[in-house]
Design a protein around this ligand. Structure first.
Ligand code: SIN
Length: 279
C-alpha cells in the first residue's frame, strides 16, 4: 500500500492496491503547483477521487483541458451546450448502465484516452459505485513465461460489442446507432510513459490476439480478463454528490456497478487523449 505525502493536500488511500481521495481542495482555485501535485497523485495512485466540488460545465471543461486534448467518444453525443462532455445517464426505466463491464475507456480507438474524469451530478440513494482494477499488479503477478509470451503480442480491441446493450440505455443519445464500428490493435503489455512501469492492457473490448484465430485467442484473453480483476487488485469508489474521479486508462480497468434499478444516476464524463503508439 502506498502512503505518499503531498505539500498542497492530504490524501486517503481507497484500498491496498490503488486509488486515493484528495481532501480539502477546491478545483476552482488551484494554482499550477497544486495542479502538478494532483497530476503526481494521479500517476502515483492511478485513480484519484476529489470530493465536494462545485464546478459549472465551463469550469469543469477548463479543468479538463489542463490535462491535455479532449478525446471524443465515437458512439454517443455529448451535451448540446458542451459536446466535449458526455452525459452518462441511467434513468428509473433504463435497463443498461453504461460502463457495466470491465474495460479501459476507448481502447478500441486508434489513440485511446489517457485519462477519464467523471463528475457526479445525480446519484441513487445507494449503489452505483465504480470499481477500478490495477493493471500494474495484474502484469506483475503473471509468471515470467506468460509475460514473455505476451510481450510482443497485440490485441484487437473492438468498440461495437456493447452497441446492442446500448438499446437499454435509452436516455443516452447515440451518434449513429448500429453503424459505427471502431476497432484498433494495441500491445497487450504497455509501458506507462510517466511511471515507466509495465501494465496489462486488457478488457471487455479485447476480442482477439493478432495472428491468432478467435478460438485460439479466447482462452488467453479470458484468462487475462479474470486474472486482471482479482479482488486484491481492486478499489471501490463510492460517489457523493459533487465528487470527481479521475483515472488513468493506461494502467487501470473500471466497472460501473449496476445495482440501482429503478433509480437515477447522472454523471458528466470528459476523456483526455493519450499518447500515440508505440507505448
Ligand atoms: C465509464 O465507463 O466511463 C463510466 C463509469 C461509471 O459510470 O461509473
Amino acid at each position: 500500500m502506498k502512503i505518499i505525502k503531498y505539500k498542497n493536500f492530504e490524501v486517503r488511500p481507497l484500498a491496498g492496491a490503488l486509488g486515493a481521495e484528495i481532501l480539502d481542495i477546491n478545483l476552482n482555485k488551484i494554482d499550477d503547483e497544486t495542479f502538478n501535485e494532483i497530476y503526481k497523485a494521479f500517476i502515483d495512485y492511478q485513480v484519484i477521487g476529489i470530493p465536494n466540488q462545485k464546478l459549472s460545465s465551463d469550469e469543469y471543461l477548463e479543468f479538463g483541458r489542463r490535462w491535455g486534448k479532449i478525446h471524443h467518444y465515437p458512439y454517443m453525443k455529448g451535451l448540446e451546450s458542451h459536446p466535449e462532455i458526455l452525459e452518462i445517464l441511467k434513468t428509473e426505466t433504463d435497463t443498461y448502465a453504461f460502463g457495466n463491464v470491465w474495460h479501459s475507456d476507448g481502447s478500441f480507438t486508434e489513440v485511446p484516452p489517457k485519462a477519464t474524469m467523471l463528475y457526479a451530478q445525480e446519484l441513487p440513494p445507494a449503489g452505483g459505485d465504480t470499481l477500478f482494477a490495477d493493471m500494474y499488479q495484474a502484469y506483475d503477478t503473471l509468471s515470467d513465461t506468460m509475460k514473455n509470451i505476451l510481450d510482443t503480442l497485440k490485441g484487437l480491441y473492438v468498440g461495437d460489442q456493447p452497441l446492442a446493450q446500448f438499446s437499454g440505455a435509452k436516455s443516452m443519445k447515440q451518434k449513429d446507432p448500429g453503424k459505427t464500428q471502431v476497432k484498433s490493435y494495441h500491445p497487450i503489455i504497455r509501458t506507462h510513459p510517466d511511471s515507466k512501469n509495465k501494465a496489462l492492457y486488457i478488457g471487455g473490448h479485447t476480442v482477439e490476439i493478432e495472428g491468432m484465430s478467435r478460438e485460439e485467442s479466447e482462452p488467453i484473453i479470458n484468462y487475462l480478463k479474470s486474472h486482471s480483476t482479482r479482488p486484491e487488485f481492486i478499489c471501490r469508489f463510492k460517489w457523493e454528490p459533487g465528487s470527481i474521479a479521475i483515472w488513468d486508462n493506461r494502467c487501470t480497468q473500471h466497472y460501473a456497478v449496476d445495482d440501482y434499478a429503478g433509480f437515477r444516476r447522472r454523471m458528466h464524463r470528459i476523456t483526455i487523449l493519450g499518447e500515440e503508439a508505440p507505448y
